[in-house]
Design a binder for this molecule. Structure first.
Ligand code: SAH
Ligand code: MG
Length: 195
């Protein structure tokens, strides 16, 4: 039943070109949540609620706050979350994550939104991490473009790839956080605060 509903969302995403997490990427996230006993999650980039629903389904103690700026996707996310009866554990906010204000602290912050703004998201939300909390970012490989930028013809796309390369460098050189990069899904970075 739940599996069918998940497949429905995956199908909707495919048909409407919505960049939800790849299967191995979301499996990695869910395993991480399970293994580290993550209870509270802040997600930047809800899209249609796919990853928040998958993460909330790991166990009943998990709660998710998630932010989406696109109204149509936000509405679709609300619809999907209601179908799963998860509206008490997943709170979606319709707004730009750069304007969103929240004081709460989280075990995990998941950055999966506009790639050009990753450094800004990271700097803005790092104060919302619990002790031992972690920031996970998606799309570090960007379909392999990051490692083959010379093959990218479109100027706009190249700009975006450059931003991601800059983000990767920002993480590598960050002395406050230690980052491990995984070539899973579209490339995942796990950043932990140094003790
Ligand atoms: N995490 C989702 C996929 C997110 S796709 C999943 O795996 O199911 C990225 C989403 O981020 C898009 O829907 C886009 O509208 C949203 N987004 C991009 N920049 C944003 C911003 N600055 N604030 C809020 N949402 C943003
Ligand atoms: Mg993504």
């Amino acid at each position: 039943m739940k599996n069918n509903m998940i497949e429905e969302i995956e199908k909707y995403a495919r048909e409407n070109d919505i960049p939800i997490m790849q299967k191995d990427g979301i499996d990695f996230m869910c395993n991480y949540i399970k293994e580290h006993g993550v209870k509270s999650i802040l997600e930047i980039g809800t899209a249609i609620g796919y990853s928040s629903i998958k993460m909330a389904l790991v166990n009943d103690n998990i709660s998710v706050v998630t932010v989406e700026r696109d109204e149509e996707r936000y509405n679709e996310a609300i619809k999907n979350i209601n179908k799963f009866g998860l509206e008490d554990r997943i709170k979606v906010h319709l707004c730009d994550a750069l304007d969103f204000k929240i004081d709460e602290k989280f075990d995990l912050i998941f950055i999966d939104a506009a790639k050009a703004q990753y450094i800004k998201f990271f700097e803005k939300y790092k104060v919302n991490l619990n002790k031992n909390g972690v920031i996970i970012s998606d799309n570090l490989l960007f379909h392999g473009f990051v490692e083959n930028i010379e093959q990218v013809r479109s100027k706009n796309l190249r700009q975006l790839v450059k931003k991601l390369i800059k983000y990767r460098k920002f993480l590598e050189e960050n002395t406050e956080f230690k980052t491990t990069f995984y070539e899973i899904g579209d490339g995942i970075a796990v950043s932990k605060k140094e003790e």
